[in-house]
Structure formats: structure tokens, C-alpha cells
Ligand binder design. Structure first.
Ligand code: HEC
Length: 115
């Protein structure tokens, strides 16, 4: 029974993934995403596919792969100055983006998930 439910969840997630990628989410605007992240120093701690002070965007994308609440979780993370632990062991508050820049934030979420 347990297995069966797990299977159904995976199949449902896969189906939703197909529906969403085909309709709801347009591809990220690559240039705009990079420009916005440069402006906000995101690349100081995150690189596309290597670990800096924070995890690579690829690693973050992998973590959220097939998670239904990925967008909401990432949005929350990027706008709420959570305490995070850097690779060197020190802690600081994560950079919080301004919710009025919603469009840019959603674009970088899509961009990160495309890695
Ligand atoms: C001072 C370094 C630093 C800067 C600057 C920074 N981050 Fe992070 N970020 C981190 C660390 C460290 C983590 C890992 C947190 C964890 O896993 O607990 C992280 C995690 C994340 C995550 C994953 C959250 C999760 O739930 O796993 C996202 C998305 C993210 N950062 C986006 C951004 C964006 C976008 C910017 C620019 C606005 C940015 N970060 C700027 C250090 C930084």
C-alpha cells in the first residue's frame, strides 16, 4: 500500500510537470535574470554550477525538482531574510528581495529551476 501511494505521487508529479512546463510557465528571460541577480549580488555566493559561499543554482534546482511547492518555497526564501549557513561555517541573514519586484523574482525562480 505504501509503495502504491508513493508511485501514484510520482506519477501525479510527473504529469503535473508536463502540464506546467507546457502551459503555465514560460521560459525564463535569461538576460533579465542574470542582470537582476548581478544587481543584487546573488552571484557573490551562488554560481550556476559550482559551490561558492552558497549552493550552486544547479544544486538548488535539483533539490526542488518535482516538488509541487518549489516556487512558493523559493519565493519565501528569497524574500524573508532567513538565517543561512555559508560554506565557511559562518551564519548570516540571507539577502531578501523586495516583493514589489515580483516579476523579476518569479523570473529568477524559473531561471534557477531551468538549471
Ligand atoms: C552571503 C551569501 C549569499 C548571497 C549574497 C545570496 N545567497 Fe542565496 N543562499 C546562500 C546560502 C548559504 C544558501 C543555503 C541555505 C541553506 O541551504 O540553508 C542559499 C540558498 C539560496 C536558495 C535556496 C533556498 C532553499 O530553500 O534551498 C536560493 C533560491 C537562493 N539562495 C537564491 C539567492 C538569490 C536569488 C540571491 C540574490 C538576491 C542570493 N541567493 C544571494 C547564500 C547567499
Amino acid at each position: 500500500m505504501k509503495m502504491k501511494n508513493g508511485r501514484i505521487a510520482i506519477i501525479t508529479a510527473a504529469m503535473l510537470g508536463t502540464v506546467f512546463s507546457a502551459t503555465a510557465f514560460a521560459a525564463a528571460d535569461d538576460a533579465a535574470a542574470k542582470k537582476y541577480m548581478k544587481k543584487h549580488d546573488c552571484f557573490k555566493c551562488h554560481a550556476e554550477d559550482k559551490t561558492k559561499k552558497g549552493p550552486s543554482y544547479k544544486k538548488i534546482a535539483d533539490k526542488y525538482k518535482d516538488k509541487a511547492d518549489a516556487d512558493a518555497k523559493m519565493y519565501e526564501h528569497m524574500t524573508s531574510s532567513k538565517k543561512v549557513k555559508l560554506e565557511d561555517g559562518t551564519e548570516e541573514e540571507h539577502k531578501a528581495l523586495d516583493k514589489s519586484e515580483d516579476k523579476d523574482i518569479k523570473n529568477i525562480i524559473t531561471w534557477i529551476r531551468e538549471r
